[in-house]
Ligand binder design. Structure first.
Ligand SMILES: O=C(CO)COP(=O)(O)O
Length: 251
């Protein structure tokens, strides 16, 4: 089954509003490639300006987190209601940095995935193992537990729409990317996990990205693998020329 490739930039905690808008004006056109979905996941403060700038383009705007409640006494948090109201389309959920620094468990991640769907946002659910888990031969088991935990309670239709990002933690921001073959092996396994939770049609529909030191020079190698449908990119998504090259490389 043909799955539309999806490149998503995760800016993490980088760029002011003016920097975000000038980036957008530089990538507009270039990062709009037929047959490739292009998503920029920016800090909350940039979202209104980026959604406005993205009107009439093929580039979608995403957030990097959401709270699972719609509203309430949660100082400093942002909900799915608020993101949907802005016109945001995607939201990263369960990034390893949120799991590590902000205590997000599979249960919290699952609530956030459910909240995203409730408000018509597409979650990009991140899974991936730590270095010590890889060395202990636990990679697939960790990804299975996180995938099952993240998708819990979703309908097959919702699961099929979820974007899963396999990001081995040891490869994030380190320049040490997983080989395309190793990433393909784990991603094919994650697809099997989805098939066993739902059915083959759902597994065939779900898009699974690789993330971890992806750059223009290696993106095509990942995209050449049968089960890898795109990339979630940190550092290399911050420069306009590099972001355009990533989207072009996903053709
Ligand atoms: O965490 C990542 C994307 O979410 C990957 O980051 P880098 O591309 O900087 O390794």
């Amino acid at each position: 089954m043909a799955r539309t490739p999806i490149i998503a930039g995760n800016w993490k905690m980088f760029k002011t509003v003016s920097e975000a808008v000038s980036f957008f004006n530089e990538v507009k056109g270039g990062a709009e490639v037929d047959g490739v979905e292009s998503v920029i996941c920016a800090p909350f403060t940039n979202l209104p300006a980026l959604v406005e700038a993205a009107k009439g383009t093929k580039i979608a705007i995403g957030a990097q987190n959401l709270h699972f409640e719609d509203n309430g006494a949660y100082t400093g948090e942002i909900s799915g209601v608020m993101l949907a109201d802005l016109g945001v389309k995607y939201v990263i959920v369960g990034h390893s940095e949120r799991r590590a620094y902000f205590g997000e468990t599979d249960e919290i991640v699952n609530k956030k995935v459910v909240a995203a769907f409730k408000h018509g946002l597409t979650p990009i659910l991140c899974v991936g193992e730590k270095l010590e888990e890889r060395e202990a031969g636990e990679t697939k088991n960790v990804c299975k537990v996180q995938t099952e935990g993240g998708l819990k309670g979703l309908s097959a239709e919702q699961a099929a729409k979820t974007v899963i990002a396999y990001e081995p933690i040891w490869a994030i921001g380190t320049g040490k990317s997983s080989t395309a073959g190793d990433a393909e092996d784990v991603i094919a396994y994650i697809r099997e996990v989805v098939a066993s939770l739902y059915d083959q049609a759902t597994a065939d529909a779900v898009r699974i990205q690789y993330g971890g030191s992806v750059k223009p020079a290696n993106v095509q190698e990942y995209m050449g693998q049968a089960n890898i449908d795109g990339a979630l990119v940190g550092g290399a998504s911050l420069e306009p020329a590099s972001y355009i090259a990533l989207v072009e490389g996903a053709k």
